[in-house]
Design a protein around this ligand. Structure first.
Ligand code: SAM
Length: 425
């Protein structure tokens, strides 16, 4: 292997060299896992980055980034399409999404790789589009030197795009993808991400696609079946299709042909048959979705009947969900005509009759119609609060024969308190 120094090319150089369409991927490893990658000639990811691996096609250009040593190896080619469990026992099963690779010429090493990638506007997470693939190939001396010149304008465009990013997304890549959330406060600048729309952002009460993306990534595997019994404009369908999940979507009043007309209180699926359910149900009668008499969104959340009807939906979800699998239920509270209704708590109470709680997430509300200075002024003048968040209840179907809860022994990490000086107190 030979080492390359970071040296950016001469900006005045220009070339008209034609390079055919190229796709690339950077796979990551650490000092611990690098050897196995190179000995087995197998690159891999865990479930979080499964899609990146599954999108890898035989013949793609590949690079290997060692995070610990900050080193990039190249150039490799994919010898197979990306798949699950090509070598089941590799890395002790920790990185099951794998692709077989082969060297393409002598393997070269780039040190200070993270700096280089950042200069090129490349994140290892996203697939490399043609421009980025060419940039890296040129850098590794794979393409003729003169190719550099023609690629310089592309670097500038990539960098400009990055500067205008929100920070929420891996941008400037072939496709934007949301980040996997790490905390229980989720806040999204817009309804959708990526090039293709997800759902219809004009639909009343449309769900932020980011929420469904996060649930799908965390709680399902590619190929799993996701159900949305109240699919509205079909955001769940669009997210699932893009992420390689199967999906069934129902609504009492379908808005598109891939949504099946059905009442969520009676789901026509066998028991234990779906891998995840997402529901963004009506929050009461505050939104007019359609004219169907069985729309639960015609019942006020101030009366118990609303919760009784939603409980029928919960019972059906519990029946069709496989044991240990997850249901995500999005709901918001109501404050109308000086009366507060804790819709979230009431729905949660009912959910707890059927499911265990995995977690409760707060989703910041941004794009509702009351998000105007007029309403903000009213809230202050007339002494009420606008709804600032929704709840996302992440529930799990209890495994069969679950043991009674036992007392858990927890070893807390305790850190010494910082002593404040008097002036700081
Ligand atoms: C908040 S919207 C769902 C939004 C959807 N997730 C999206 O992103 O477009 C609630 C949906 O529940 C549907 N709905 C209401 N009652 C229903 C019922 N009994 N069975 C099935 N769907 C129902 C409404 O038609 C509406 O489309």
């Amino acid at each position: 292997m030979s080492e390359l120094e970071i040296q950016l090319p001469n900006l005045s150089e220009q070339s008209t060299q034609e390079i055919s369409v190229m796709r690339g991927q950077i796979f990551a490893c650490t000092n611990k896992t690098e050897r196995e990658c190179l000995e087995r000639m197998l690159f891999s990811t865990n479930k979080v980055h499964a899609n990146k691996t599954l999108r890898t096609k035989k013949g793609d250009y590949l690079f290997l980034l060692n995070f610990d040593s900050d080193t990039l190896y190249g150039v490799f080619r994919a010898r197979s399409d990306g798949k699950k469990d090509i070598v089941h026992e590799a890395w002790g099963g920790k990185y099951p999404y794998q692709v077989e690779v082969e060297k393409d010429g002598e393997i070269k090493i780039v040190k200070k790789a993270k700096k280089l990638l950042s200069r090129f506007g490349i994140s290892w997470i996203a697939p490399l589009d043609e421009t980025r693939t060419k940039l890296l190939l040129s850098y590794f001396g794979y393409l003729k030197e003169s190719t550099w010149g023609s690629l310089i304008p592309a670097i500038t465009v990539i960098k400009d795009k990055q500067q205008s990013s929100t920070g929420t997304l891996a941008v400037g890549m072939e496709e934007e993808k949301p980040q996997i959330e790490a905390t229980t406060l989720w806040d999204y600048p817009r309804q959708s991400y990526g090039k293709k729309p997800k759902g219809d952002n004009k639909y009343p009460g449309v769900t932020p696609a980011f929420i469904i993306y996060n649930l799908v990534q965390r709680y399902t595997e590619p190929g799993d079946l996701v159900l949305d019994p109240m699919a509205g404009s079909g955001t769940t369908i669009d997210v699932c299709k893009e992420e390689g999940r199967k999906v069934i979507a129902y609504d009492i009043s379908p808005t598109r042909p891939d949504i099946i007309q059905n009442d969520a209180r009676n789901i026509p699926l066998p028991e234990n048959s779906v891998d995840m359910i997402f529901i963004d149900s009506p929050y009461g009668d505050n939104v007019r979705y359609n004219d169907h008499p069985d729309d639960i969104g015609k019942i006020s959340s101030e009366i118990e009947k609303f919760y009784d009807e939603l409980e029928k939906v919960m019972g059906e979800c519990h029946r069709v969900l496989k044991p240990c699998k997850v249901l995500g239920w999005l709901i918001g509270d109501q404050w109308v005509k000086k009366k507060f209704t804790p819709v979230g708590f009431k729905v949660y109470q009912r959910l707890c009759k059927y499911f265990d709680t995995l977690d409760v997430v707060c989703v910041v509300r941004r794009s509702q119609t009351s998000n105007t200075s007029l309403w903000y002024n009213r809230a202050r003048r007339f002494n009420f609060y606008l709804r600032g968040f929704k709840y996302l209840f992440i529930m799990r179907k209890t495994p069969p024969n679950a043991l009674a809860p036992r007392e858990r022994k927890i070893q807390w990490a305790r850190y010494p308190r910082v002593k404040h000086s008097k002036t700081n107190q």
